[in-house]
Design a protein around this ligand. Sequence first.
Ligand SMILES: C[S@@+](CC[C@H](N)C(=O)[O-])C[C@H]1O[C@@H](n2cnc3c(N)ncnc32)[C@H](O)[C@@H]1O
Length: 195
Amino acid sequence: MKEKLSADYWQNRYLEQTTGWNAGSCTRPIATYIDQLEDLDLKILIPGCGHGHEAQYLYQKGFRNIHLCDWAQEPLSQLQEKLSDLPASHFHQGDFFALQEDNFDLIIEQTFFCALPPKLRPQYAQKMASLLAPTGQLIGLLFNFPLSQEGPPFGGSLAAYQQLFEAYFSSVQINDCHNSIKPRAGKEYFVQLRP
Ligand SMILES: C[S@@+](CC[C@H](N)C(=O)[O-])C[C@H]1O[C@@H](n2cnc3c(N)ncnc32)[C@H](O)[C@@H]1O
């Protein structure tokens, strides 16, 4: 048994194809957000991208300044074949917390936060704030069920998320998500964070 939540653990989940988190396509809230973007030059990061459905959606729409990060090789290699116009340097295989690239206009959160050990949440918030351009923002989805020992996925409360992110971001908007995919309906918040 691989150490839980290690790089090997995640790589193994992909090899075993026990990827229950995989929505199969870009989820509706993220696609709706992407649909109103006009600037194709935006520098965009998808951390813990896995199969990267959001990246594929962006790519189909003409975005090319997309960066992917995951420490599991399996999904990242598959993505690299699909997104063949992207330079190899945009595929960051390794620990998100060691990512060197920065100045992102947009970071998209989709079941990455909930996959991390909860004790890393302050580091997540700090790292995300440091990766963004001054005018950039992080958008995405966070689960709203109570945080417990059971996970991943690990949940959290509105109050806890607000307290966490307000320490690192000047603007924190967290709202009930009204256009979730069916299995996640009523279970997630849509967040928008600005440094
Ligand atoms: C629950 S999966 C979600 C994948 C994808 N976002 C999706 O929605 O299908 C969590 C992903 O985060 C990656 N991950 C977890 N911890 C990581 C870390 N510290 N650095 C980079 N990737 C990490 C895992 O390898 C896995 O692909």
